[in-house]
Design a protein around this ligand. Structure first.
Ligand SMILES: Cc1ncc(C[n+]2csc(CCOP(=O)(O)OP(=O)(O)O)c2C)c(N)n1
Ligand SMILES: [Mg+2]
Length: 799
C-alpha cells in the first residue's frame, strides 16, 4: 500500500531522506538498546520503536521556547528536536551519573526519561525562549498531564498579562505551545480526563498526541477505552461554533502526510488561537513489545503480529519513498547501513565514556591495595580481593567500595600507613559517589530557602490587632503588587478571595489573570502550579483543605518533589502550595495527615506555622527563594486576633529553626501548628502542679530543627513529649526519630520519651468529637504528670 501525499506540505526530498535516516537510526537504537540489556550492560530498557515516523512529523511543529511534557516512548521526538544524541541515549541506558553525558537526569532515571536543562550550573534560569524545552519525564502513567496543563496555561498568562512583557527570557508573548505525548492506555487514568476538561475550559495552547498501539503492556484497548477509541470517547469535548472545548484530530501512525496535516492544523490552532488539541495517532505498532521485561508474543495474536510487521511505520515510509521515487532501493540500503554503523559507534563511545571514570577509580584502588599486599599478614585474602577487582572488566562503583571496605576490615587490627591512604581515598570517593545519586534534593543555588535568614516581627506600641486572615491579606497584596510573576490560584480563591478571605479583594485589584478561580480538580491545580513554576512564574496554588491534599498527593510526590533531584539540578519548580488544616470540624475538615505528607514529599519544604504572622514569614521566605514548599495554615486561626508587625513585609520565618515559646526546666514539649495554643494554655495549669515545661514550636517539619534547639533543651529537662494532631506513629514518630536518633537526644533522657497524638482514626464531628479525637488539655496534663511521676515519684506522687 502506498501513501498518497495530498495537499499537506511535504518536506523536500533531502529532508525526507534525512527523516528516514533518523527513523532507521532510532530503530537501530531500540534494537541495540534491548541487546545491551540482555547482555547485562544495562538493567532495563524501554524504547520508542514503532513510533518513529509519527514523532519525526510531530517534531516539525516545535519552535524555540516551546515545551514538551511526554513519556518514555519519545526517543525519536527528542532526537528529531536536537535534544538527544544517540550517545546520550546510551549514557542514560547505562546510568552514567554525569550530566555532561546524560543531561536529562545525570543517570538518575531509567532510560527514555527525558528532559532539558532550564538552569545553568549555578541553578539560575537560562533563557528559555532560545531553546526547545522538555519538562522531565516521570514513570507514573498520565502524570505528565497535570504539568502539561500548567505549561500551556503559562503561555496564556504571558500573552494576556501585559505586566509580564519584560520577562523575555521566559516567554515570547505567550506564543509557546505545550506539546504533550501520552500512551493510549494511559488515557484511562483520571488525570487525562481532568486535564483535558481543564484545558478545554481554559483555552490554552496545548497539543496532545496520543500514541495508540492498541495496548497498555498486555491489556488491549477493548479493556481500556469505550469503543476502543479515545478520540471517539472525547467527542463531547469537541469545540463547536462559539463554544469552548478541544479540537480532536485523528491520523494513522504509518501515514506521513496524514499525520503532517493533523499536526499542522492542531499546532496552528494552538499557537495562534490558544485552542487545545488532541491528536489521536492510531495504528501504531510496538515491534519489540512493551519493554525488556517481557515479550509481546505472549499476548498478541498471530494476526496482530502479522499486521504489526506489515504496518511498521518505518517499512511504510520506505515503501512510500520508493513509490514516490524519492530514492531508490540502493540509496535506502545505503542509509540503513549508515544508520547501523552510526548507532554502533554511538553505543561504543557512550560505553567507553561511562566506564572511563570507574575504570580510573578501579586502577587507583588497585594501586593502593597492591601496596599493602606484601606487607600484610593476610596475603592470600588480600590477593583474592585484589584479583577479583582487577579481573572485573565492567566494574561498578559499588564493586570498588566493596573491595576497599573488605580490605580495610581484613586489616582492622593492623597499623599500616597504606591502610590510612586507602581509607582516606575511599572516604573521598564515597562522598562523591553518594553525591552522584543524592544531591539536589532541594535547591543548591544561592537562592535556596535554607540560605534565607530569619527576620523577627517588630511591634510598634500602637500595633493594631486584626483577624489573622487580614495579616495574610496584607502579605498577599504586597507580593502581588511587587512581583508580577506571583499568581494565586485555587478553588474559590478569585471572586471571594478564598473560603477564609486571605485573598479578599485581590482579584478585583489585580485581575483574574493574577488571582484565579479554578474548578474542583486538585491535581490540575497542582499541575498548573508546577507547569507555571517551570516556566519562571511564582504560583501560590491553593488546596482548599489539608484533607483534600490527598487528591493531589500523587502529583506532589511523583512530580514536584522529585523535579530538582531527578534532573540533578537541571529544572526547578518553586511552587508554593497553600493549604489549611488541623483541628476544626469533622472527618474531612480537621485532618492533620502530616506523617503521610512528610513521607511522600521529600524534596518539598513543609512549613507548619502556628499563626498567620508566622505564615506570612514563610510566604516571605519562600517567595524570596527558589524551592517548592507546602504551607499549612491553621484552620482555626483566621479569626483569632493578631497584632500587625511593623515590618510585616520584611519578616522571614527561617527554615528548620525551632522557636522556644516558653522556657521551662522539667520537660520539653515539642509541637507545631494548632497544638501550640493548647499547650500554652496547659502550661499555665501545669505550673499549679509545680511543673514547668519548655514548649518548642518546630515551625517547619521539613527541614526539621536544624538549629538543634530540642536537643539543647533536653540537656536541661532530660524529658520529652512530642505532641501532635496526626495519628499515632505519624508526624510524632518522625519528630522523635529526628531528635532521638539523628540528633542523639536519647542520651540526655532520664525517662522514656513519649508521644501524645490524635486517636487512631479520623477526627469525628462536633465539640465532643474533637475533644475525644484530638489531644485535649486534660489528657496532655495527665501525660505530662505521668512523665514527671516516672522521673521523680517522690516529688510527683501518683494523683
Ligand atoms: C500509575 C502507573 N500504573 C502502572 C504503571 C506500569 N506501566 C508502565 S507503562 C504501562 C502501560 C502504558 O501503556 P500506554 O499508555 O498505552 O503506553 P505504551 O507503553 O503502550 O506506549 C503500565 C501499566 C505505571 N508506570 N504507572
Ligand atoms: Mg499503548
Amino acid at each position: 500500500m502506498s501513501l498518497n501525499p495530498n495537499k499537506t506540505i511535504i518536506s523536500p526530498k533531502e529532508k525526507i531522506l534525512e527523516d528516514y535516516l533518523l527513523a532507521v537510526q532510532s530503530r537501530e537504537i531500540s534494537l541495540l538498546g534491548r541487546k545491551e540489556v540482555f547482555m547485562g550492560k544495562a538493567k532495563f530498557g524501554i524504547f520508542g520503536d514503532g513510533k518513529e515516523v509519527a514523532q519525526i512529523v510531530f517534531s516539525k511543529m516545535f519552535k524555540k521556547g516551546d515545551w514538551r511534557s511526554g513519556y518514555y516512548r519519545d526517543q525519536t521526538l527528542m532526537m528529531a528536536l536536537g535534544l538527544l544524541t544517540p550517545e546520550q541515549f546510551f549514557a542514560q541506558l547505562y546510568a552514567h551519573a554525569d550530566v555532561q553525558y546524560e543531561p536529562s537526569s545525570g543517570g538518575r532515571m531509567m532510560n527514555s526519561h527525558y528532559g532539558t536543562r532550564s538552569l545553568d550550573l549555578s541553578g539560575q534560569w537560562k533563557n528559555l525562549t532560545t531553546q526547545i524545552n522538555s519538562s522531565s519525564d516521570i514513570s507514573p502513567t498520565a502524570s505528565q498531564m497535570p504539568r502539561l496543563l500548567g505549561l500551556g496555561f503559562a503561555s496564556k498568562l504571558f500573552r494576556n498579562n501585559k505586566s509580564l512583557d519584560d520577562f523575555t527570557h521566559f516567554s515570547n508573548n505567550g506564543d509557546e505551545v505545550a506539546f504533550g505525548t501520552i500512551g493510549n492506555a494511559s488515557t484511562s487514568e483520571g488525570h487525562f480526563f481532568e486535564i483535558m476538561n481543564a484545558a478545554g475550559i481554559l483555552q490554552i495552547p496545548m497539543v496532545l498526541a496520543v500514541w495508540d498501539d492498541g495496548y497498555g503492556i498486555s491489556v488491549p484497548n477493548s479493556l481500556h477505552t469505550i469503543k476502543e477509541s479515545i478520540s471517539k470517547v472525547m467527542k463531547g469535548f469537541q469545540r463547536e461554533k462559539d463554544t469552548n472545548g478541544i479540537e480532536i484530530l485523528v491520523a494513522r501512525g504509518w501515514n506521513y502526510p496524514e499525520m503532517s496535516a493533523a499536526f499542522e492544523k492542531a499546532t496552528s490552532l494552538a499557537r495562534e488561537n490558544h485552542v487545545p488539541c488532541l491528536v489521536h495517532i492510531t495504528e501504531l505498532t510496538q515491534p519489540q513489545g512493551h519493554s525488556t521485561s517481557g515479550s509481546h508474543e505472549r499476548y498478541k495474536s498471530q494476526d496482530r503480529l502479522h499486521w504489526e510487521r506489515e504496518f511498521d511505520c518505518n517499512l511504510k515510509m520506505r515503501e512510500w519513498i520508493l513509490a514516490e521515487k524519492i530514492a531508490d532501493e540502493a540509496q535506502l540500503s545505503e542509509i540503513e547501513k549508515e544508520a547501523k554503523i552510526a548507532v554502533k559507534n554511538a553505543r561504543n563511545t557512550a560505553s567507553a565514556n561511562y566506564s572511563q571514570e570507574i575504570k580510573s577509580d578501579q586502577k587507583q584502588a588497585l594501586a593502593l591495595i597492591g601496596k599493602m599486599i606484601n606487607a600484610s599478614q593476610h596475603k592470600i585474602e588480600l590477593t583474592n580481593i585484589y584479583n577479583d577487582l582487577k579481573e572485573n572488566t565492567s566494574p561498578l562503583k559499588s564493586d570498588i567500595v566493596k573491595a576497599c571496605t573488605s580490605i580495610i576490615r581484613a586489616l582492622a587490627k593492623y597499623e599500616d600507613v597504606n591502610k590510612e591512604d586507602l581509607k582516606n581515598w575511599l572516604a573521598t570517593k564515597k562522598d562523591k559517589y553518594y553525591k552522584d545519586y543524592s544531591s539536589h534534593l532541594t535547591s543548591e543555588s544561592k537562592d535556596s530557602a535554607l540560605n534565607i535568614k530569619g527576620v523577627e516581627p517588630i511591634y510598634d506600641n500602637e500595633a493594631q490587632w486584626v483577624d489573622g486572615r487580614k495579616i495574610l491579606n496584607l502579605c498577599f497584596d504586597h507580593h502581588l503588587s511587587n512581583n508580577p510573576l506571583v499568581i494565586a490560584l485555587g478553588e474559590d480563591v478569585g471572586k471571594i478571595g478564598d473560603v477564609n478571605q486571605g485573598f479578599a479583594g485581590m482579584q478585583e485589584k489585580y485581575g483574574d489573570l493574577r488571582v484565579i478561580d479554578t474548578g474542583i480538580r486538585e491535581s490540575a491545580i497542582i499541575g498548573k502550579g508546577i507547569g507555571a513554576a517551570l516556566r519562571g512564574l511564582r504560583p501560590i496554588a491553593e488546596i482548599q483543605y489539608l484533607d483534600y491534599l490527598l487528591y493531589s498527593i500523587q502529583i506532589l510526590s511523583d512530580d514536584l518533589a522529585t523535579t530538582h533531584h531527578r534532573t540533578k539540578g537541571g529544572q526547578k519548580a518553586p511552587l508554593i502550595i497553600r493549604t489549611r488544616g488541623h483541628r476544626l470540624e469533622g472527618m474531612w475538615h480537621s485532618g492533620s495527615p502530616m506523617g503521610m505528607i512528610l513521607n511522600a514529599v521529600r524534596g518539598i519544604h513543609v512549613a507548619v506555622p502556628r499563626n498567620m504572622t508566622q505564615a506570612v514569614g514563610f510566604y516571605n521566605t519562600f517567595l524570596a527563594s527558589d524551592d517548592p514548599a507546602i504551607i499549612v495554615e491553621t484552620l482555626n486561626g483566621y479569626r483569632l486576633k493578631e497584632k500587625i508587625p511593623d515590618n510585616l513585609f520584611e519578616i522571614k520565618t527561617p527554615l528548620g529553626i525551632s522557636e522556644i515559646l516558653q522556657e521551662g526546666k522539667d520537660l520539653t514539649v515539642v509541637t507545631y501548628g494548632s497544638m501550640c495554643r493548647i499547650i500554652m494554655e496547659v502550661a499555665v495549669e501545669l505550673t499549679e502542679l509545680g511543673i514547668f515545661i519548655e514548649v518548642i514550636d518546630v515551625q517547619s517539619l521539613l527541614p526539621f530543627d536544624l538549629s538543634k534547639t530540642i536537643v539543647k533543651s533536653l540537656q536541661k529537662t532530660n524529658a520529652v513529649l512530642f505532641l501532635d494532631e496526626d495519628v499515632p506513629g505519624g508526624a510524632s514518630a518522625f519528630m522523635m526519630q529526628q531528635v532521638l536518633e539523628r540528633d542523639e537526644g536519647y542520651q540526655w533522657l532520664d525517662v522514656s520519651p513519649k508521644t501524645l497524638t490524635a486517636k487512631n482514626h479520623r477526627p469525628t464531628y462536633g465539640s465532643d468529637g474533637d475533644y475525644f479525637s484530638k489531644p485535649n488539655a486534660e489528657e496532655i496534663t495527665e501525660v505530662v504528670y505521668k512523665i514527671m511521676n516516672d522521673k521523680d515519684p517522690n516529688k510527683y506522687p501518683d494523683l
